[in-house]
Every structure is written in C-alpha cells, then in structure tokens.
Design a protein. Structure first.
Length: 495
C-alpha cells in the first residue's frame, strides 16, 4: 500500500496501479507529446511493471520527468506502479532575485533557477537596476556599468551581467520551462543610473552609487524628453535580450521631492494640467507602457505605482505587495492580471522566526570574499541585521505560507469570476539587503520557496499541509547534485 508520496508540489490526482516497476524496466520510458485538457504544463505519468509512460506538451513532459526524479529519491530501487494526473492551480509560479543590493554571479543565478525549477517554479523575476547598482550591460550607455555597477566606490570592480552572460542564463532557464522577466525600475530607484549620467536626474548634480538602503528621492527627470529617450533606448536593448512578453518597469517607492522642485517637471505638469506629482508619475508610466505595447510587450508594475489618473495603455499587469488595494482592485475589474506577492506570506527576505539570524550585510570591501570577515564580526552583522529586519518585517515560516490564501481579502470578496480570473499566480520576492551570498539566499528560499510552489501548483482539494515537511525532506536529497548548501535548519521551519 503506497502511503502519501513524498512529492513537492503534490500532484492533483494519484492512483495506485498495483505491483512495481523493477530497475531493469525503468529505462523503458515512452513520451507521448500532445497538450492535455489541463493546459501546456499538464501531464500524465504511468508507471507499470513494463516501464514508464509520460503524456503532455513539452512543458508537461518536463514536469513528468521532475515528478519521476522525485519518486526515485523516495524509491531508489523498485518504483510502485502509479497513475498520476497533474496540472497547475495557477499558470504563474515565480520567485524574484534582487541582484542590486548584493550581486550574484552567473553560476549562482543558474543554481537558484535550477533548484526552483525542481519544484515546478516557472517564472524568474530578475531585479536588475536599483539605487545600489545597475546590473545589465547596455551598449548605448556604457557608463551604466562602468560607474553604475561600482557598488563599493570608484575603486571597486563593477559587478554586472554582460549580454553574453544574460543570453546564456535565458537559455538555461528556457530549458527548465522558466521564463525570465527583467525589471528596470522607473522612475524611482535610479541613483545608480544618475551616478553614471547625472543629466538624467532633476538636479544635474553628481552623486555616488548608493551604498546604504532605503528610499531615495533620485528619480529620473520626467520633464525632459532626452531622459525619456534614454529609457526607451534601454528598453530596446532589454527587449533584444529577453524574449519574455512581460517587462517589469517597477514604479514603486517613487519619492518625489526632486520632482516638486524641478523646473522641468513642474513645467511639464503645467503644460499637461496636472495638479500633483502622482499624476505626473502615472502619465510617465503610461508613456513607457505604451512604448512597450507598441513593441509587442506587456508592462508590469508594483501595486503602489497605481496612483493618479487612469492609464491609456492597455497591456499591463500588477504585482501586488502591500498597501491600499483600491486601485489594484479597480484595475482587476477592468481585466488586468495580478501577481500576488503579499508581504504577509511571500517575502523571502523576511525572517523565519524572531531569533532567525541568517541574514546579514557584507560591506562592499568584503563582498569579494566572506573569508575576510572574522566570525565575531559576522555574528555582529547578523545580530544587527536581525534587529533592523525586526523593525519593518515579521516572521514568515512554512505555516504562514501554506495557510495563506493567495487571493487577497479585497480580491477574494465574493470570488466573482472576473476577479477570480484576474489572479495569475504567486511570486516570492527575495530582496537582498541582508542576503550577501548564495548560501544565505538558499537559506532564505528553502524550504519556503517549495512551500510557495505547493500553494501555487497543487489544487486545494489535493493539499496536505501536515505532510509537507516529510515530503520536502525527501526531495531535498537533490541539493547535493545541484550543489546547494545552507538550507534553513529545521528548528526554524515553523517559527
């Protein structure tokens, strides 16, 4: 009798077949390619005494292979005969990596994508620009990486991804059914870009790339057309690099002090009849969205970008993270799609528990090698990070994730068909103010990201939260092959 299989995420339907498939027959794998009613990621997996059959579209076949790989971790010899029918609850199951506050190498990014894909995560949101660093090569504006990627001062080595590296990472992700969604934050979080090209800002003053964290007033000037031309040039190169239909343009945390005192921004507001800077941001974002739409792309924005008057553009979606949901609900009612990244349950940089000391900050001077930091200094860093995180975060453990309804209360009200269909899925962001390296990123993401995958993939009627720990521990045997180290110690899993 087969008990609960040790699979994450758990399949929609599992039926026992009776008997076993011996090792000698497990190499007899037949793949029948064709899309099933459950969509392009749906699959069927049949294990019989004579061999293994998989049915589905290419993405579904990939997920059937992953399920089979997880089964072999649980049953390293004879496989039980089974019939599995499976399809995702949500089409969008993602995670985000902030490579600006701390940089992650090409192999590190690939390692995380590979590990996430093992749990049927299919979107990677790549945060590539912020106050603390510009991380993507733009040939038309070389100082973006010559200066904007120098996060340790003028003498430091720029840290960024070349176009060649990005193309390799995109192909690596595609092979794992992971779509990469790049983000260039507009109009705020622009300190690194303005450090490279001071004329992009409202003040025209030179400034260094930010080395501290927080919200800065260094927005791109909305009143001068040459600044808009800079953005469209950047987006042109970005669209050449990334085949994703979606380009994330940020829009969050746009502190408008400089706009309020900028003669160009104020002149533009008078010209257009705008009464406040929020409306100016809405208009500016609308121009960017329309530009992307004309290139056949959809824009995505953080939910706090939705202030001021209505957008005229049509193709955009919303990433909800916190704050007043009224505008987002309004956009959902208009038919725009929503990604849930609710800080209540899905922010991976938040601690597991009040005594979680995993996060720390490594100075720019020491970023090249953790060995330069003494154990005592490392402990002090971790304690300081925990204190600072406690001021603006709350613990998120496995129970928080598994028990959280991905439909926000304001969207779930009545669960009307229009609002219900607006939710594309879940994304778990990992901001890296206190995530200095791969091992810390792994600790932040695992096992919480697999729990997010469980919520986003497994239908509610097939969910079994009580067995998640045991199932995850079986799948975690794949860490050695994927060279992952540092997953959270079990005492933290439930806070």
């Amino acid at each position: 009798m087969v008990q609960k299989l040790k699979l994450v995420p758990y399949p929609a339907l599992v039926r026992e077949g009776g008997g076993v498939c011996p090792p000698a027959r497990q190499g007899n794998v037949m793949e029948h390619v064709g899309e099933l009613p459950g969509g392009p990621e749906a699959y069927e997996l049949d294990i019989t005494p004579d061999g293994i059959q998989m049915t589905g579209a290419p993405a579904g076949i990939l997920y059937a292979r992953i399920t089979l790989e997880q089964l072999k971790l649980e049953f390293p010899a004879e496989l039980p005969c089974l019939h599995i029918e499976d399809a995702p609850r949500f089409p969008y199951r993602g995670f985000m990596l902030d490579c600006c506050r701390h940089f992650f190498s090409e192999p590190d990014v690939m390692t995380l994508i590979d590990a996430a894909s093992f749990y049927k995560i299919n979107r990677f949101h790549w945060h590539l620009s912020d106050d603390q660093g510009w991380r993507v090569e733009i040939e038309k504006y070389p100082r973006l990486t010559e200066i904007g990627a120098q996060t340790g001062g003028a003498a430091s080595r720029p840290e960024f991804y070349t176009k060649r590296q990005i193309r390799r990472i995109v192909k690596f992700a595609q092979d794992r059914n992971v779509e990469i969604i790049p983000e260039i934050d507009i109009p705020g979080h622009m300190t690194a870009a303005i450090a490279a090209y001071p004329e992009l800002g409202c003040t025209g003053q030179t400034m260094p790339v930010a080395t501290d964290f927080g919200v800065f007033p260094n927005l791109i000037c909305a009143g001068r057309e040459e600044c808009f031309k800079f953005l469209t040039d950047v987006l042109d190169e970005l669209c050449e690099l990334f085949p994703s239909k979606t380009i994330h343009i940020g829009g969050d945390e746009a502190a408008k002090e400089h706009w309020k005192s900028c003669p160009y921004c104020q002149a533009k507001m008078r010209e257009l009849g705008f009464g406040d800077e929020d409306t100016l941001q809405r208009w500016y974002s609308d121009r960017i969205i329309q530009y992307l739409n004309a290139k056949g792309r959809e824009a995505r924005l953080w939910s706090d970008a939705f202030t001021g008057n209505d957008f005229q553009a049509e193709q955009y979606s919303i990433q909800y993270w916190m704050g007043n949901p009224g505008n987002v609900k309004y956009q959902a009612a208009l038919g725009h799609k929503i990604i849930c990244s609710d800080t209540a349950a899905y922010y991976m940089d938040y601690p597991y528990a009040a005594d979680d000391r995993a996060g720390s900050r490594v100075s720019a001077e020491d970023r090249a090698g953790r060995e330069k930091i003494s154990p005592e200094e490392d402990l002090r860093n971790r304690e300081k990070a925990a204190e600072q995180l406690a001021r603006y975060t709350h613990p998120i453990n496995l129970d928080t994730i598994l028990e959280h309804d991905p439909w926000p209360d304001w969207l779930a009200g009545g669960r009307t068909p229009a609002l219900r269909s607006a939710l594309l899925g879940i994304e778990a962001p990992l901001w890296t103010e206190y995530v200095p390296d791969l091992s810390t990123a792994v600790q932040r993401l695992f096992p919480r990201l697999p729990a997010v995958a469980e919520v986003a993939w497994t239908p509610e009627l097939s969910r079994d939260n009580a067995s998640f720990d045991e199932r995850y521990e079986s799948t975690a045997a794949q860490f050695a092959r994927r060279r992952l180290k540092g997953a959270a110690e079990k005492r933290l899993w439930h806070g």
